[in-house]
Design a protein around this ligand. Structure first.
Ligand code: APR
Length: 280
């Protein structure tokens, strides 16, 4: 940087560099990896933020430890804490954030290879992203079934149970097992769709990671599958998951809605993004 150019912050210089890759067509196979942090501005708490996170606010359910609310072994013995919480988590009364719209904008510009999300709020779909572009690594509330015989459970009866905070049981009278939405609990296998797509990051020419602590495996290992030399951009309130260890890593620490606005502006897409989000 010669002395008479305005002193750009390191961050704006690196965002400019990422935007240049995209504008020059050298980043057109973008993999995006997201967590609960992209939905906090929609009003959905994340899990591990110190005061506002879900795990810091479950004391009223007197669980052995906060994550038990999503443990299959605990659920089998005592499903009520989950069904108490499910009403707050159930999709439908939240609006996608501008970060969700940014991912959809990448797709509309033919630049999105795949979105891997850990979120169960379905806001990616509500923002307009087609289902085949999304890997819901931790499942979603879209379907529910019996944890014993796997028999599907009717959606309208599930919505009634969630509304009434009652615990639904399998309709097969010989079974009567507990019914659970198909969100992945600790101790359960991730969907096959995750394993079928987990090698995709190796084909990406840019990786954008947003709103996740990268603290839960196997999702947290996805960024490592990006090839050397492919920039991994972390847009997050805190540095996580060893991102920053490679020379091509880019850290944009702060609110993800601000980060995507800055990146969109550097790409010359800010107005288009704001208009798109205004319509969600
Ligand atoms: N902007 C940017 N970053 C944010 C914002 C925001 N508005 N809000 C929160 N964050 C960051 C937090 O600093 C944290 O690093 O997002 C991250 C959220 O981390 P978690 O709460 O651990 O959420 P997540 O990574 O999605 O959790 C992974 O844990 O309990 C399981 O299955 C559950 O899918 C979940 C998994």
């Amino acid at each position: 940087v010669d002395e008479n150019t305005p002193t750009q912050t390191l961050e704006s210089r690196t965002l400019e560099a990422v935007a240049k890759l995209i504008k020059d067509g050298r980043a057109s196979q973008i993999v995006v990896m997201t967590g609960a942090g992209i939905s906090t501005s929609a009003g959905i708490p994340d899990f591990r933020s110190p005061d506002t996170g879900l795990y810091a606010n479950l004391a009223r359910l007197n669980l052995p430890q906060a994550e038990a609310v999503f443990e299959i072994s605990y659920f089998r013995n005592n499903p009520l804490p989950f069904y108490t919480l499910a009403q707050e988590l159930y999709p439908g009364n939240y609006r996608p954030t501008i970060t969700h719209s940014f991912i959809n904008l990448l797709h509309n510009k033919g630049l999105l290879l795949k979105l891997f999300t850990q979120n169960i709020d379905c806001l990616e779909r509500e923002a307009g992203l087609p289902g085949e572009m999304i890997v819901e690594a931790h499942g979603s509330f879209a379907r529910q079934s019996c944890i014993e015989c796997k028999c599907p459970y009717p959606h309208d009866l599930m919505q009634k149970a969630i509304r009434e905070k009652s615990v639904p049981h399998c309709l097969q009278d010989s079974c009567n097992g507990l019914v659970k939405p198909e969100i992945v609990f600790f101790g359960e296998q991730l969907p096959t769709q995750f394993f079928m797509n987990k090698a995709l990051p190796a084909e990406a020419d840019l990786c954008i990671i947003m709103g996740t602590s990268l603290s839960v495996q196997p999702f947290a290992s996805l960024p490592q599958f990006c090839s050397e030399g492919v920039p991994r951009v972390l847009i997050n309130q805190e540095q996580v998951g060893g991102i920053g260890s490679r020379t091509d890593d880019v850290l944009v620490l702060g609110d993800c809605d601000d980060g995507v606005r800055k990146l969109a502006e550097a790409c010359g897409w800010l107005e288009e993004l704001e208009e798109m989000w205004a319509k969600t």
